[in-house]
Ligand binder design. Structure first.
Ligand code: GDD
Ligand code: MN
Length: 371
């Protein structure tokens, strides 16, 4: 398996050479094809020059350089290069400042070998840690970032959402449109994790000790924090929007259903015939609205005609559920105006419709578990 450890650098002259050497030492004991990709943004301290001097002696080492636009922008460039120019099958995210220990690389990779898609070097699972000497404010900041990511962005089951030490299967990255993440800075960590979780990636957290850097300084700035919170809100609004749209479509379906039903009754149609026709019409309008509005953004595996076929199957089932409810209620309460049992029938049918269409018809493309 071809593995590329991506190391973004900005003014890491005092760290990068030592890190590359320490990584190569670890690589010697691994049976995979291990490589390093340094993504430098023309660091004024000569980081790139130091890496360039190592290139002749290290065939597994690559360097790309770009304009400084933030940590996320650097990772997007690095991942794209690792996939397209290096044919990577697994990529690592790793800091250059020894906050992430090269000795932990084999443990993260072992989880990929065991079938995980997205492995996180986690400070917040049992056995992991942050430096003992961190001030209350620094702890609060790190904890706050994770609370925002978990409860605002909705990545509930991951403990360390902001970690920058990760091993990721390229099959997961291929399904993610980086430009849709809309980030430049450190918010990339949460945006990428959220996209992977949404796509059904198998996430595993491995405990690691985060070590404070001794050389150079952190590049995390105020604009990164602002973008971080903005990004979490954006993710939250996106999910709320889908839910609200579904509700709106459902409400129009009720109006279409009852409106058509009343219209057909007025035309003198028998209520037991008018009912399924009205149900079918509302199911069709619901599908069209959900397909071209609610789930427009979802990247579904199926072509439209397959989705149409699935929709027809779901429709038939929903129609059966709705009609059975109508017949049962009409027979039990014959004196009721027929609109009441017709309305009651909508409820169970909506549930069936929602779950089958959301998890089957419009299911987001699944990530292959092993490749
Ligand atoms: N190319 C490039 N461009 N590299 C960058 C940039 C950039 O704009 N900004 C930061 N880096 C590099 C740094 O040189 C370092 O190798 C790595 O990215 C991490 O940057 P630090 O500045 O050391 O980050 P940190 O220690 O504050 O944050 C760490 O912890 C966070 C969670 O608490 C990182 O691991 C983050 O990824 C993580 O989110
Ligand atoms: Mn750091």
């Amino acid at each position: 398996m071809k593995v590329v450890v991506i190391v973004p650098t900005y003014n890491e002259h005092g760290n990068i050479v030592g890190l590359i050497e320490a990584l190569c030492l670890q690589f010697a004991s691994l049976r995979h094809d291990m490589n390093i990709l340094v993504v430098d943004d023309h660091s004024p301290d000569g980081t790139a020059e130091a890496v360039r001097e190592l290139l002749p002696r290290h065939p597994e080492l690559r360097l790309i350089e770009g304009r400084k636009a933030g940590l996320g922008a650097a990772y997007i460039r690095g991942m794209t290069y690792a996939i397209e120019a290096m044919a990577a099958e697994v990529v690592f995210e790793m800091d250059a400042d020894f906050s992430h220990s090269p000795a932990d690389v084999p443990r993260l990779l072992a989880e990929i070998d065991a079938g995980a898609d997205f492995v996180i070097g986690s400070r917040y699972v049992a056995g992991g840690s942050i430096p003992k000497n961190w001030s209350f404010l620094r702890r609060l900041n790190s904890l706050g970032g994770n609370i925002v990511a978990r409860y605002l962005a909705g990545i509930y089951r991951v403990r360390d959402c902001t970690a920058g030490f990760r091993a990721i299967r390229v099959s997961v990255l291929r399904d993610i449109d980086f430009s849709r993440l809309r980030i430049q800075g450190y918010a990339f960590q949460v945006a990428l994790l959220h996209a992977a979780v949404t796509d059904g990636a198998r996430v595993v957290e491995v405990p690691v000790d985060f070590i404070d850097r001794t050389q150079g300084e952190s590049k995390l700035g105020l604009s990164d924090i602002i973008e971080f919170v903005e990004n979490a809100w954006w993710i939250r609004l996106q999910s709320a929007q889908t839910f609200i749209k579904f509700g709106v479509v459902g409400a129009t379906g009720v109006i279409v259903n009852l409106g058509f039903f009343t219209l057909l009754l007025g035309m003198g149609l028998n209520k037991f015939l008018a009912s399924p026709i009205a149900i079918e019409v509302s199911i069709v309008t619901n599908f069209l609205l959900n397909n071209f509005w609610t789930f427009r953004e979802r990247e579904t595996r199926d072509r439209v005609h397959i989705k149409g076929l699935k929709f027809n199957a779901v429709s038939l089932l929903s129609l059966g559920v709705s009609y059975a409810t109508f017949v049962a209620f009409s027979s039990a309460f014959p004196a009721m105006p027929p609109q009441v049992p017709q309305f009651v029938g909508i409820l169970p049918a909506t549930l069936v419709n929602y779950f089958l269409n959301s998890y089957w018809t419009f299911r987001e493309t699944e990530v292959s578990k092993n490749s």
